[in-house]
Design a protein around this ligand. Structure first.
Ligand SMILES: NC(=O)c1ccc[n+]([C@@H]2O[C@H](COP(=O)([O-])OP(=O)(O)OC[C@H]3O[C@@H](n4cnc5c(N)ncnc54)[C@H](OP(=O)(O)O)[C@@H]3O)[C@@H](O)[C@H]2O)c1
Length: 336
């Protein structure tokens, strides 16, 4: 089913930070953030077994398992099976290093086979305390986690996870499936396959004010032609666009800090919040169906919703276009 037929509105809550990404988030802070999302009317939630080795799913389940199942849309991911036992060695998360070092200590098995996909789904249902999942993303079969062997992982998923998820979608067990990745290439490869056909994809950090050129070249024209929608993950490039210090889940390097400074100068000039510019930019592409923004503080939620609805003067987009800070190929709101 197409994403725009499933997703309730244009913004969802991304719960990666609730897996104790970057820091140990106290339970009451996590609960308050989730309650704020619900109370502000957010009804699309994204999570994954990887996020804190199940912690994000457990916390999200604390909210969603108490709500009527038809009142929200839930996506999680396959590719990591979380075991009960504690990890003995160090974790290898590729470029992402110790991203979830404050999460649960459980062993994470990285596997995209059919059998692991089924086990992954069972684990997610249990941790989330729900009886069904709406969307499943095949998680991180990409270069940032696997380096040069990513194509082997892709092949494992193509012959495993893709087939299981297609079958579950065809049987009506789930409503949609696709890839959830930080790179464009695996999605391009998937869209080039005759079978199986994904319903959409979650692309994180690659369609933001700071990074969109690559997606515009091949992926988005392909997706548009095929009528496949995109959920934009990490619309603040993991924080730096929202006033935080992270870019790509690391401390932002000087050239990114400088680019954000220039963007901020422009938003200030037009009295626009940079969060509004970031979200509305990510949503302006016709393939964008929704954004999922992360947060660990309840106050962020109202900010995000205000940013989505903020009236941005057309002059801002014209000036942004003229500044050269965004690609000439990027569609801007109002057709600037
Ligand atoms: N491979 C994949 O499938 C994949 C990869 C990445 C992301 N995703 C999805 O996309 C979601 C969103 O991505 P993300 O959470 O990584 O990044 P993001 O949405 O780009 O940024 C979230 C960060 O912005 C910070 N922030 C928001 N408002 C702020 C403010 N006013 N001042 C300072 N900082 C502010 C938040 O900080 P606080 O924590 O302090 O609130 C949070 O850490 C994820 O949760 C996940 O669901 C999927």
């Amino acid at each position: 089913m197409k994403l725009d037929q499933i997703l309730p509105g244009r913004i969802g809550y991304g719960s990666a930070p609730l897996g104790n990404m970057f820091r140990s988030v106290p339970d009451d802070e996590a609960t308050a953030t989730l309650n704020a999302a619900w109370d502000h009317g957010i009804r699309f939630y994204d999570t994954a077994p990887l996020y804190g080795a199940g912690l994000s799913e457990i916390r999200l389940g604390g909210l969603l398992s108490l709500k009527p199942r038809d009142s929200f849309v839930l996506s999680t991911k396959v590719g990591r099976v979380i075991l009960d036992e504690v990890e003995s060695g160090s974790r290898d998360l590729g470029e992402k290093g110790n991203l979830f070092e404050h999460g649960r200590p459980n062993t994470i098995v990285h596997e995209w086979t059919a059998e692991a996909t089924e086990r992954s789904i069972e684990g997610s249902l249990e941790r989330l305390g729900v009886d069904r999942l709406d969307i499943l993303w095949v998680h991180d079969i990409a270069q940032d986690f696997h380096g040069d062997v990513w194509l082997q992982k892709f092949e494992e998923a193509r012959t495993g996870a893709f087939r299981v998820l297609s079958r579950l979608r065809d049987e009506g067990v789930i409503r949609a499936w696709g890839l959830g990745v930080n790179r464009t290439e695996p999605i391009e490869l998937t869209l080039a396959l005759d079978e199986p056909r994904p319903d959409g994809f979650l692309l994180a950090g690659r369609y933001t004010l700071l990074d969109h050129e690559h997606a515009l070249q091949r992926l988005l024209p392909m997706a548009e032609e095929q009528g496949v929608g995109m959920v934009v993950g990490g619309p603040y490039s993991s924080g730096v666009l929202a006033g935080g210090t992270h870019f790509e889940y690391q401390d932002a390097p000087p050239e990114i800090v400088e680019k954000v400074r220039r963007l901020k100068q422009l938003t200030d000039e037009y009295g626009v919040s940079i969060k509004a510019a970031a979200l509305q930019f990510s949503l302006a592409h016709p393939v964008s169906t929704a954004v999922v923004a992360g947060a660990t503080k309840p106050s962020r939620i109202a900010e995000d919703l205000a940013a989505l609805d903020e009236e941005i003067p057309a002059g801002f987009w014209t000036a942004l276009r003229a500044s050269g800070l965004v690609s000439p190929l990027a569609p801007l709101p109002g057709g600037a």
